[in-house]
Design a protein around this ligand. Structure first.
Ligand SMILES: Cc1ncc(COP(=O)(O)O)c(C=O)c1O
Length: 188
């Protein structure tokens, strides 16, 4: 309410301002990364990551198969081709053994997108090691796992890019704050 009142008092609502800057800083510092950029939705964050990976018509992107459709829709927005990698029984997330098979079959894949489903992290160390080994950028879809850690490290920090989302479900109202993280020279 305070911020809504402030918006009326100052007549400043959009496009950006100190609240968004602070939100980005807090998000980056909370998960422990250098930069975060706030976007309108998790889908937009994933779409930006796909663009930053240079996905163009006909490019292969290796994706989790058990996930919300927003994980993979942005590949279609750029006319890329999703190659789905099956999940494993323990985490229900991308199976690193199946990922390695896919990376061998599609060595020119433009990106790998791994989702951390229902707040449970994928085997992010193995998956990021495989992406480094095959020199394919990793996009971490951490929209469902903000605050979850893998081996003591916050999810949303393992890929070259990550999409995060803060979802509040209350009285059938869904408020989302989403953003993309980027690192080093790839800063968005
Ligand atoms: C796995 C996953 N990825 C991405 C998203 C982002 O979707 P949205 O564009 O609705 O914020 C969601 C939202 O529920 C999700 O569950």
């Amino acid at each position: 309410m305070r911020y809504i009142k402030e918006a009326f008092d100052t007549n400043w609502i959009a496009p950006l301002g100190k609240n968004v800057d602070e939100f980005e800083k807090e998000m980056a510092s909370y998960i422990g990364v250098a930069h975060a950029a706030a976007l309108v939705s998790g889908t937009a964050a994933l779409h930006l990551a796909i663009k930053l990976c240079g996905v163009k018509q006909g490019d292969v992107v290796i994706c989790s198969d058990l996930t919300f459709s927003a994980t993979v829709n942005p590949v279609s927005y750029e006319n890329g081709i999703q190659v789905f990698v099956d999940c494993e029984p323990d985490t229900w997330n991308m199976d690193p053994r199946a990922l390695e098979k896919a990376l061998k079959k599609y060595p020119h894949a433009k990106a790998v997108i791994v989702a951390n489903l229902y707040g449970t992290p994928a085997k992010l160390d193995q998956i990021s090691q495989l992406c480094s080994k095959y020199n394919v950028p990793l996009i971490e879809d951490a929209a469902e796992s903000l605050g979850a850690t893998y081996k003591g490290i916050q999810t949303g920090t393992f890929g070259n890019y990550a999409a995060l989302s803060l979802v509040v479900l209350k009285n059938k109202t869904r408020k989302e704050y989403t953003g993309i993280r980027s690192e080093g020279s790839k800063a968005a």
